[in-house]
Write a protein of this length. Structure first.
Lengths: 508, 342
């Protein structure tokens, strides 16, 4: 049978009334999970597994598995839609994958363009969802073999490219951005080393054994930092900036977002396919790419719609891409897909090379339902924009305590330790001081994510090559990434030396 | 609209929880009469797999959670959490300290709980004595695996290559050097008199990533659990050269020679058991001992064991602790021979 025939069969499964209902419930819960900080897609999916098991208990195993996974996957990509909401409205990233959305999304909200930002995030997520699904249908097999070719050397070079591109997140001073990057890398070394199992910088404190939680740092620096700034600088001119002009994006907004959405979709999809890279990285890469290719890079960080459209498309596309290694190889690329895999195994369905042959009903039913689910999410989210956007009209004296409460709740729900709450407070103060002195916090957060991955993959690669560093340039893919990384740094400098008037991040 | 719906969902969950609560209480009371003064468990339970998903610990934790809930032995919902890092050492540190009093968090572990505590490098301060062993559930064996198009046809081929050109052979596994996958991988080499320091071992975060490295050509040989590799054997992607059991396994790996048959006089059993926190209350220990014993006898559990290609082996808390003491001595011997002991 051809792919189309399989897909048609998949739609036959997905259009059964109970599966439509399951997809609908899944995406609604997913949206809620995405909006609420603290409950990420991972815990959302995990919490629902026993519920779906009960709901589907009457069905035959195969059908029950299809229905369950349709609901659970709905939560997963639904959360990617909802994740941008608090980032845009409150500068509080609900999921790590929407951290970068705060940079321009929150600025847009402050300018009264929250409606545009939220709806472009929904539209971008929808387009990305469809693109990644088409990719999943057409390219699953070849892509899974390419993903496998990604060894430690390739991962190292890709991550290094991400780090080189960090200058794209800089404010006015590249020196300050580099200081923050190094700070992030240093924070990333805290904890028990995953390659050798040796403690580093833990000072014997058990709460540091598993490293410093990324979300605590991000919420502290972004959300609490902003709160402290508002309080300390008496930035309380209520009413004027907070008015919402319109809900739907303008024609100009749509025009400005079309390319970033397309680029973000493809970029996110391919990064999502790589096990271990994930949605967070996809959104960061997309933001940096948009800034690099933009004709007006100076507008980024001040409420540029491309800075919302790109990353939000990318993180949604990544969640579609992540289904490829899960379904075709049985290798989960992220925490959430690992839990989805667990759910399938519960029904005695082993994701892996045999899934599409042994259980086509489940695999194709899931893919077809994701098309339907994405459409549901778009229809569901557009009216919600109106509701959510009202949040921004709340007077500051009520809004600030709410942000603080949400931040503490969110961090505690992930970590369950009071240590992280102190860390959160400390990061809030630091975030304020950084912002006041013009130190960009995004490079720190990105370096904290990338640092451990760079290090582990470098050590793995060097073990394979017997300590020979040439492995990074003899592997073709790795070499390509390295060349791009180097030229990313050097080309603007050369062009400047030749006296060309190009816009680069100059020293302030 | 979603607000209303989530409210309904929340109410539904709450109701389900309450229903579960009352029915488990009544059945307990019927079994043990007056003795059930304890109201453990009051909350939902968690079993932690201290690795990424898809590996042996993870599958065991999920199988226990599923069987307990499906058979209604435990009505409270059981979550499985993955806490990867340091070959299990990362979570072990948390478990032995922060969670030492948390009756609601259990852990699936296997020989690394002994190995990590005894080896010199990457030593974990905490071992099985910092937990409450509750039961051994299964045993599994290690497997030496190559890709289907690999030039190595037998374990001897691999050993010869390791002897002559060790720099060309990358051995990988899902856990840190000196841990289980590593030990499984180098036991044959050690027994054949190969200099272990020349062997390149690359550690990944979990068996799933190690398999990915093998399939992608980033590792030549991997050592992993015999049970998790069966599905890749069935699909024809990999070949298993040897298993560390004393007798041939059943099912997909029935044609694979044991270490002994391949001329290596050693075996390595990967037991898996379930542990409670160090200061687990007596009520909780009694509760789990009874439930785990009952579970190990259900048909659902036996089906689960068979499906995953494990072998069932139940030891209760007392026997298990004694067995751990013995195993610990064996491992100290092995590590001493490898010059990796504490």
């Amino acid at each position: 049978m051809s792919t189309l025939q399989f897909l048609a069969d998949g739609f036959a499964v997905a259009f059964q009334w109970q599966n439509l209902l399951f997809a609908f419930v899944g995406v609604i819960i997913g949206t809620a999970v995405g909006v609420l900080p603290g409950i990420g897609p991972m815990s959302g999916v995990a919490l629902l597994i026993p519920v779906t098991a009960t709901l589907t208990s009457g069905l035959p195993t195969e059908a029950a598995a299809a229905s369950s996974i349709i609901l659970l996957a709905g939560v997963y990509y639904g959360a990617m839609y909802g994740g941008s909401t608090t980032s845009i409205l409150l500068n509080t990233p609900g999921e790590s994958s929407s951290v970068v959305t705060t940079l321009d999304g929150y600025q847009m909200a402050k300018q009264g363009r929250a409606g545009s930002a939220l709806s472009i995030a929904a539209i971008g997520s929808f387009c990305a969802g469809i693109v990644s699904l088409l990719g999943l249908v057409l390219l699953a097999k070849p892509l899974s073999s390419i993903a496998l070719k990604f060894g430690p050397a390739e991962y190292f070079s890709l991550m290094l490219l991400g780090l080189a591109a960090v200058s794209g997140l800089a404010g006015r001073s590249i020196t300050k951005a580099l200081i923050m990057t190094v700070l992030g890398l240093m924070l990333g070394t805290v904890g028990i080393d995953a390659v050798s199992g040796i403690e580093r910088f833990t000072f014997g404190q058990p709460m540091l054994f598993s490293g410093i939680e990324f979300l605590t740092i991000a919420v502290g620096l972004f959300a609490l930092g902003e709160v402290f700034k508002t309080i300390l600088e008496k930035d309380d001119d209520d009413g004027q900036i907070a008015k919402i002009n319109r809900i739907l994006p303008t024609k100009q907004d749509l025009k400005d977002s079309a390319i970033p959405i397309a680029r973000g979709s493809f970029l996110g999809f391919f990064i999502g396919v790589l096990p271990g890279a994930g949605a967070t990285l996809a959104s960061f890469f997309s933001y940096i790419t948009e800034k690099k290719f933009s004709k007006t890079p100076e507008k980024f960080g001040q409420g540029h719609i491309a800075g919302v459209a790109g990353p939000e498309s990318a993180n949604n596309a990544a969640s579609g891409g992540a289904m490829i290694p899960l379904l075709t190889l049985g290798i989960p690329g992220s925490g959430t897909t690992a839990i989805l895999m667990g759910a399938l195994i519960m029904y005695n369905i082993q994701p892996g090379p045999l899934l599409f042959d042994e259980h086509p009903e489940v695999a194709w039913g899931l893919i077809a339902s994701m098309f339907i689910g994405n459409l549901m999410l778009l229809i569901l989210n557009m009216p919600l924009v109106r509701v959510f956007a009202k949040v921004i009209e709340t007077p500051k004296k009520y809004l600030l305590p709410i942000i603080i409460a949400i931040s503490f709740f969110g961090v505690y729900a992930v970590q369950y330790t009071t240590f992280d709450l102190y860390l959160l407070l400390a990061c809030g103060v630091l975030g304020y001081l950084f912002a006041k002195n013009d130190y960009p916090v995004a490079p720190l957060v990105l370096a904290l994510v990338l640092g451990p991955m760079i290090e582990n993959n470098m050590r793995r690669a060097l073990t394979i090559s017997n300590g020979d560093f040439s492995i990074f340039v003899t592997k073709p893919l790795s070499l390509v990434f390295l060349i791009v990384a180097v030229s990313w740094l050097l080309v603007p400098i050369f062009m400047k030396m030749r006296g060309k008037n190009v816009l680069i991040n100059e020293e302030a | 609209m979603w607000k209303t719906l989530t409210k309904f969902a929340a109410a539904g969950l709450l109701l389900a929880g309450l229903a579960g609560c009352s029915s488990s209480d009544s059945s307990d009371a019927g079994d043990k009469g007056e003795k059930t003064a304890s109201d453990y468990p009051k909350n939902n339970l968690t079993i932690v797999a201290p690795s990424g998903a898809g590996g042996g610990w993870d599958l065991t934790a999920r199988a226990v959670a599923k069987t307990m809930n499906d058979t209604k032995l435990i009505e409270k919902s059981i979550q499985v959490e993955n806490k990867p890092g340091g070959g299990g050492a990362v979570f072990m540190a948390t478990y032995a300290t922060k969670e030492a009093d948390n009756d609601y968090m259990l852990m699936v572990k296997s020989p690394p709980i002994l190995i990590n505590n005894e080896k010199a490098e990457g030593n974990s301060k905490f071992g099985y004595k910092d937990t409450t062993p509750l039961a051994q559930l299964t045993r599994d064996y290690g497997a030496i695996v190559v890709k289907n198009d690999s030039p190595y046809k037998t374990l001897d081929d691999v050993l010869n290559a390791l002897k002559t050109t060790p720099q060309d052979v990358t051995l990988a596994g899902g856990s840190a050097p000196g841990s289980m996958d590593h030990l499984v991988g180098i036991i044959p080499a050690f027994k054949s008199g190969i200099d272990l320091k020349t062997i390149k071992y690359v550690s990944y975060d979990g068996g799933g990533e190690a398999v990915a490295a093998l399939l992608g050509g980033n590792a030549d040989v991997i050592a992993t659990d015999a049970s998790t590799i069966a599905t890749y054997v069935k699909s024809g992607d990999v070949r298993v050269l040897a298993v560390s059991s004393s007798e041939r396994l059943e099912g997909e790996l029935a044609d694979v020679p044991t270490f002994k048959e391949a001329g290596i006089d050693e075996e390595f059993t990967i037991w898996r058991g379930i542990f409670g926190p160090k200061n687990m209350s007596e009520d909780a220990v009694a509760y789990w001992s009874e439930k785990l014993q009952a579970m190990s006898e259900t048909d659902e559990w036996k089906a689960e064991v068979e499906r995953n290609g494990w072998q069932s082996e139940y030891r209760n808390a007392e026997e298990f602790t004694k067995y751990l003491d013995e195993q610990n001595e064996t491992i100290v011997e092995l590590l001493t021979a490898l010059d990796m002991q504490k």
